[in-house]
Design a protein around this ligand. Structure first.
Ligand SMILES: [Fe+2]
Length: 236
């Protein structure tokens, strides 16, 4: 059940009691400015079971380093959520995911071809961690490459305490100016810039505002980049 509808239906007295006893009265004000939830997007076909528990998911993947800090907050109370399993997975500079048969699209028709590229024996650029008391996890990875017909993206799945109904799947995007620079560097240059913009992305379908809302702001960090993104998810 949608918690907001439940709470609205339950009446203000119960709401006030719950908010006061569990979160302190100062958090009641937050109910007028609920923090989410973060836009849910398809999980896609490339999540694999039992991803490794690790912070550095690169293995030996070539590419520009990217330090990604994710903060999970409760979409109703706007407070950090600990004990969330946060899985991320994305393709390499070569545009291929590890651990799966990669679907190959026809570049002219943007339809699925009958080809596939098997990377099932690899495990790079996948991993999960559990949020700390500040709702945070940090991953060290590389800037993702691109594949047809998608904007470059990083898949994220958040699940609170193994409670399946709290699962939130989304995808994070990255700034175009950073991407232009990254795709000129050694690991990416042979494939050139991504020919797919938001209009032809099969998930976002031209929704530039949704892409903006899911874009991680990046800053330089040594020979790579770093950024933080806040994900509003559900717990109870
Ligand atoms: Fe993907």
């Amino acid at each position: 059940m949608d918690r907001r509808k439940f709470i609205a239906g339950a009446g203000g007295a119960i709401l006030t009691s719950h908010a006061s006893s569990v979160f302190g009265t100062s958090n009641i004000a937050n109910l007028n400015n609920a923090c989410g939830p973060t836009t849910r997007l398809t999980r896609g076909p490339y999540l694999t079971p039992n991803s490794p528990l690790r912070s550095d998911i690169r293995e030996n993947s070539p590419g520009v380093p990217l330090k990604l800090e994710l903060t999970v907050i409760d979409d109703l109370w706007c407070t950090p959520i600990s004990e969330c399993v946060v899985d991320i997975w994305h393709c390499g500079a070569n545009g291929l995911y590890s651990g799966v048969d990669n679907i190959v699209f026809n570049p002219d028709t943007l339809r699925v071809s009958d080809q596939a590229i098997n990377m099932k024996d690899k495990s790079y650029l996948r991993g999960h961690q559990v949020t700390d008391e500040n709702g945070k996890v940090v991953f060290t990875t590389i800037y993702p490459g691109w594949y047809m017909p998608r904007l470059a993206h990083i898949h994220v799945r958040v699940v609170w305490r193994d409670v399946e109904w709290t699962a939130l799947d989304t995808q994070l995007y990255l700034p175009a100016d950073v991407e232009r620079a990254v795709y000129q560097t050694a690991a990416y240059a042979a494939r050139g810039p991504n020919p797919i913009g938001v209009d032809r992305d099969i998930v976002m379908k031209g929704d530039a505002e949704a892409v903006r809302n899911l874009t991680v702001t990046l800053e330089r960090d040594g020979d790579g980049y770093k950024g933080n993104f806040e994900i509003a998810a559900t717990s109870l």
